[in-house]
Write a protein that binds this ligand. Sequence first.
Ligand SMILES: [Fe+2]
Length: 215
Amino acid sequence: MVNGFNSFWATPFRITQWKDFGDYSEKIISVVKEYDDTITSQTESVNIAGLEKGLTTKWYTYNFLQSNHPSIQKLREFIFSEVNTYLEEIGHNDPNLYYQSWANLLKNQEILNIHSHAGSYSYVSGVFFVKTVESSTKYFIPLDRRIPGVEDFFETEIEIKNIEGGLVIFPSFIEHCSTPTLENLERITIAFDILKEAPIDRFHNSFGQRVIDRF
Ligand SMILES: [Fe+2]
């Protein structure tokens, strides 16, 4: 059947933990709260993954990991190093990449509905867990095997427990969702996309914001 390399329907994930997270967790949480206080009140919400308000709906206005705060620089170093390892592992070698990143602060049983990060030039995505209790993320098979009319039925799903200090990297086309945030508990994550180009589309630049930087 095959001459040369084949990897039919392979969907490589990388799941790791940041061993120094304990040294920076409180600082990172305070930076996210600062963003939540300022950015959430400043700009217009754009509905995303079922959310109508809150920090996630302002993702298009900033590039979180570009922050100069020392704790965020450390987080960026960890995430970039892991992404580079992932790219090596899947055999991708492209020196001209871009990235966008944002913070999610979910409260009062909010959830992120099923979505993917597929979009102009986005091919690798990831999520880092800053604060989470008893939650997980479900990732779905990329082939459309849904029963017509049953929107949230999937043939196959993989549920990965969310761990504080944990990072999951996956192809941008993989659809995923979060399980509900427990009552009165916050969940904080940092998400990002690695892009082949800096796209000019309504989700990135045409809101008048510049949020893509060189990876
Ligand atoms: Fe996502």
